[in-house]
Design a protein around this ligand. Structure first.
Ligand SMILES: [Zn+2]
Length: 284
């Protein structure tokens, strides 16, 4: 009899601990299920887009839903792409410093900026044969640009650089001039605010053919040549006509950006602008 009593006393604390574990376990399971259900409901609203889109980001789920409600005609892929680029938010809000500084895939736009003191490394003068005086590009872009302009020249096309690297302070003055002339809304459509211009990267270049004003570059045979060939040298048309929403800029037939041959080819073949490439290939 005495032995049995002892055993019962020893078992009690274990029993107690087991019950506590059971209670806490159940709470956790219930919590988890509720959370999962909420998430599932939200995903159902978007037809489970996480399964088909590799660059889907759970952290942005609420933004996807909100954006989809406002833009019902968009496909799920477009919704995820737009939100990942950031265009569900107003320009120049939720901005962050650009990553990948001093690389050829650096992204500068109305959400990603360069600091005042950012000067790209290895800036070089562009040959006067293919540019106005005092044009500078990052070494790799300069080499590629001159090779492209030379090959064009051999085929009787004239490619001429009229703007290239621009410092932060230069952009301050330029933007302010435009703002005074046309007002802030118009200026924001065709010009970048200081820090938000990709000319500060030393990888962007504006061109004409030395005869026609750059505004009419689209009408020249050089433009056609650039559209067919620029990517082979690592350049992309940075602000295409069909990508105004994604880039945040109106069409600029004269503005090209060096991204390197591999990236340029990929964007050209898949009809992607730099923002889309970034979402698919860099951030993903
Ligand atoms: Zn430009």
């Amino acid at each position: 009899m005495r032995r049995k009593k002892k055993l019962r006393i020893k078992k009690k604390p274990i029993f107690f601990i087991l019950i506590i574990f059971l209670i806490f376990g159940s709470i956790l399971i219930i919590k988890k299920t509720t959370f999962k259900t909420n998430k599932e409901i939200k995903l159902n609203e978007l037809n489970n887009i996480d399964k088909e889109i590799t660059y889907f980001d759970y952290k942005k789920l609420d933004r996807y839903i909100k954006y989809k409600q406002k833009n019902k005609s968009l496909s799920n892929k477009e919704v995820v792409m737009d939100v990942n680029i950031g265009i569900d938010r107003d320009y120049y809000t939720h901005t962050k410093p650009s990553k990948n500084l001093n690389t050829t895939i650096i992204l500068v736009n109305k959400y990603n900026y360069l600091k005042k003191n950012y000067i790209p490394k290895n800036l070089k003068d562009v040959s006067l044969k293919y540019s106005r005086s005092d044009m500078k590009l990052v070494g790799e872009a300069k080499e590629a640009y001159e090779k492209m302009a030379y090959d064009a020249y051999k085929q009787k096309y004239r490619i001429n650089a009229i703007s290239s690297y621009r410092s932060y302070n230069y952009q301050v003055n330029l933007y302010n001039r435009y703002k005074q002339k046309d007002g802030i809304d118009a200026a924001d459509k065709y010009s970048a605010r200081a820090g938000y211009s990709e000319h500060q990267t030393g990888l962007a270049i504006d061109i004409d053919n030395g005869k026609v004003d750059f505004n009419n570059f689209e009408s020249t045979k050089e433009f056609k040549w650039m559209i067919e060939n620029a990517y082979k040298y690592g350049f992309i048309l940075r602000f295409p006509k069909d990508k105004e929403k994604q880039t945040g800029y109106q069409y600029e037939p004269w503005h090209y950006r060096y991204v390197g041959k591999k990236a340029a080819k990929y964007m050209y073949k898949n009809n992607l602008c730099l923002e889309e490439y970034y979402v698919k290939k860099i951030e993903n």
